[in-house]
Design a binder for this molecule. Sequence first.
Ligand code: 3H9
Length: 702
Amino acid sequence: MKGTVHYELRNNIALMTIDNPPVNPLSSGVRQGLADGFKQALNDDQVQAIVLTGAGRAFIAGADISEFGGEATGPGLHDCLNAMDASTKPIIAAINGTAFGGGLEVALCCHYRIAAPSAQVGLPEVKLGLLPGAGGTQRLPRLVGAEKALNFMLTGDGIPGPQAKELGIVDEVADGDIVEAAITYANRIIAEGGKVRCIRNEDTLLVPDRDRPEIFDNARKMAARKMRKRFAPEMIVQCVEAAVNLGDFDAGMKVEAENFAQCLQHPQREALIHMFFAEREVAKIPDIPRDTQTKPIETAAVIGCGTMGGGISMSFLNVGIPVTVLELDQDALDRGIGVIKRNYDIQVQRGRMSAPEVDQRMGLLTGTTSYDGLANADVIIEAVYENIDVKVETFKKMEAVAKPGAILASNTSGLDVDKMAEATSRPEDVIGLHFFSPANVMRLLEVVRGARTSKETIATAMQLGKRLHKVAVLSGNAPGFIGNRMLAGYTRQAGEIILQGATPYQVDNVILQFGMPMGPFQMNDLVGLDLGWRARKLSGMSPEEVPITARVADKLCDMERFGQKTNRGFYIYPQGSRAGTADPEVVELVEQTSAELGIVRREIEDEEVLKRCLYPLINEGAKILEDGIAIRPCDIDIVYINGYGFPEVTGGPMFWADQQGLDNILADIRKFAEEYGGDVWEPAPLLERLVAEGKNFASLQG
Ligand code: 3H9
């Protein structure tokens, strides 16, 4: 059995300490310990009150997520909660650290709650495709009202002790030794008569909510907007409706149990829990032990203050790391710093940041037009034009001024990191740090390991990612790394499908329905169609040499339709709007292009569109795994979800592929190879091997 609960007597108080490192989830041993401890305390006449706390940094991190989907052993959590409900002796939660999910629900079942100021409380179940299933949906509305409870459970975000007090979740916030504070509190309760206070019996806040159905309408609207296609939010809303309208605690608990079971069986739950563990798994690099020495990062420098450089600088400023930003002339520098300031000001206007906070962040930013200004930085990241010769030159200049041991990083999205390393005399310090645009918002950081990058540099970069609140995934050094290499086939297929009969709007719609935030053509419009068009023109490519999948985009550019920036691209964007409308002229242009290429158009089913867009991701993903560019399938899942908008509820392309059945996918890939040919449909040997052996990608996780 995993975990335990220590029991000790402190005079007339029983102190129970949950011990299941590192974060005390409610594993079988903990549930057993709770059941035994409450029994002992309730049967011991000397005990007048019980204090419950956690060992180490957490109170209780919730149910043990690794137990979901498996056979449960030991007492159920509800048995423990029932014992607590039946207690005639006051139970006080001493919330020393994180109290999440089932952990907070245990605290809500206590009669009183005291929290350390740094303790975080939250009901994050929704993020795992679940709902608070240990009475949280019934107790919290009774404690703080339905509206606040819904908001708390639907966002799933944790809040610190003082905010929890303000919301009414905890009774007191205590500095210093939280257990001592709880014991003092318990003695006061005992002195006042030892009254127990069960939230289950309260309904003062619920009664008025019965006349406010708009609470639930608003919650549903918020969930539809912010958690598109999620199953759990509606289940949560129904539970709170039951709490408010049924009026009877046990009847509400029945609804909670039914809805929890539905969530538990839902594929989204499995996918989201896969994501939870995957996020932690990607930090583990097999040949780099956890205790590998890292370099201190106190200061950073960024070369280039365009969109990427500015966003990267903001990522550092946001976590309090001073940044020096370099531009080649004063005008460009002023412009770049001006954009950073404007972006922060927008945050103030939206109420997400205060003006003093902006001043504090801007105070950490220094501009320079000379490489000498970078000499003190612990890490220098170049974000210059994406061209290998330009990058190599930049690395030469960087190394000439960088202090010994400084990390020299490239924000390249797919160029050869080793070529840049070779331009320096310290390849062990060179690494790729591929941020995604907007860099201050997007969570993904692809860390690219060169042939001679030192373990110390890699460990530092991975740790830096975490410090910047990003999820860092290690990639090998090969063109396009993990993400952009996979994307190539997806984009090309979209371009081919429209020439064969679909419209760009059908393709985008299929991808939107799948759950991505935008389709490939909406993405093209956002990025700007002119980027590829200009590059092709600069390279002197003749119109006949332009790949057929880029022909429509190039024709649009010839008409000065560059995408959102010109209010026209594949879509028409009414002035100032980011929502495009379909344009029959574009459909005509596509049809005309098909005719010019001699392609007979036909109706293409949505199902084929989806498979032809997504299967190249999976096929290429398998090749990337085989080449050792990605360590594990889950690394690819994390890259695609956090960098490319793949829907989180699918668990990422590789997890999703397992759920579709690799044999089905391979059969379709072979069919497409026959029909359409091309490298993209050449089955990955790894995929063929897994299918032949009856295995899936998960079997490679180790
Ligand atoms: C629930 O409670 C359902 C109930 O309503 C109903 C029940 C009937 N279980 O994140 P870290 C592991 S649903 C198992 O790196 P941090 C984690 O995998 C649950 N394992 O640390 C990692 O392992 P490893 C609702 C867990 O300090 C290690 O602990 N609760 C659990 O950055 C350290 O984790 C949640 O959703 C768990 N519950 O952050 C809370 N939690 O070292 C989920 C962690 O082998 N947890 N582990 O990779 C968290 O949000 C963060 O882990 C926490 C600590 C904030 C607690």
